[in-house]
Design a protein around this ligand. Structure first.
Ligand SMILES: O=C(O)CCC(=O)C(=O)O
Ligand SMILES: [Fe+2]
Length: 200
């Protein structure tokens, strides 16, 4: 496989933000190893949210890790971060080296099959600060990632490969929504890690 063949500086967005797709950033064997250890060692829990006043428990599983036990609020529920595992620290180091940014927390998502996805949203919570950089590592089943401009409706689509890195920064969260569409075609699990910086 030809690693690092993608131009990571190319911007996928036409305006109002920066999204960079690096493609796979590790060997396939290494990505397989991380997928397996993440599936086993992470404390996966069903996500809870309060949407339009209704208490929802998602099929998708989540976990949150960081430098310390940050509390973090989104979708009207508050979570507390666990302290980094060895593998998460290794992956944090890798994305910090590649992006030149630093991160103090990571939100993990486990999509068991294509029947699970994530609805349109922006990662614009107050605790993340304005126009913060988010680095997203993907493992397992290849899935489609979509971005949509909040006012023009422009759409950008990127397939996220096993062991790949995607970066969202600049004004992306202010101006664009993103989602992971559901699909009947994918029967295998995917794990996604979004490295973030919590301020406060
Ligand atoms: O699974 C993905 O690629 C997207 C995850 C995401 O948008 C998030 O955790 O905020
Ligand atoms: Fe997101």
């Amino acid at each position: 496989m030809d690693l690092f063949n993608q131009d990571p500086t190319a911007n996928l967005l036409p305006f109002d933000g920066i999204v960079q797709y690096y493609g796979p950033v590790m060997k396939r064997d290494t990505a397989d190893h991380y997928l397996n250890t993440l599936l086993q060692d992470i404390e996966w829990k069903n996500d809870e949210a309060i949407i339009y006043g209704k208490h929802i428990i998602t099929k998708r599983k989540v976990a949150w890790y960081g430098d310390r036990a940050f509390s973090y609020t989104y979708s009207n529920t508050t979570k507390q971060a666990l302290i980094w595992t060895k593998e998460l620290l290794e992956l944090k180091q890798l994305v910090e080296k590649l992006t030149g940014d630093t991160f103090n927390s990571c939100l993990l998502n486990l999509y068991h099959t294509g029947e699970e996805g994530m609805a349109w949203h922006s990662d614009d919570e107050k605790s993340l600060g304005l126009n913060t950089c988010i680095a997203s590592l993907s493992f397992g089943a290849e899935r489609k990632f979509s971005l949509k401009h909040k006012t023009t409706g422009d759409t950008v689509i990127q397939m996220l490969q096993h062991g790949s890195l995607l970066v969202m920064k600049g004004a992306t969260q202010t101006n664009w929504l993103h989602c992971l569409p559901k699909t009947k075609k994918v029967l295998l699990p995917r794990v996604n890690l979004t490295f973030r910086t919590i301020i406060k």
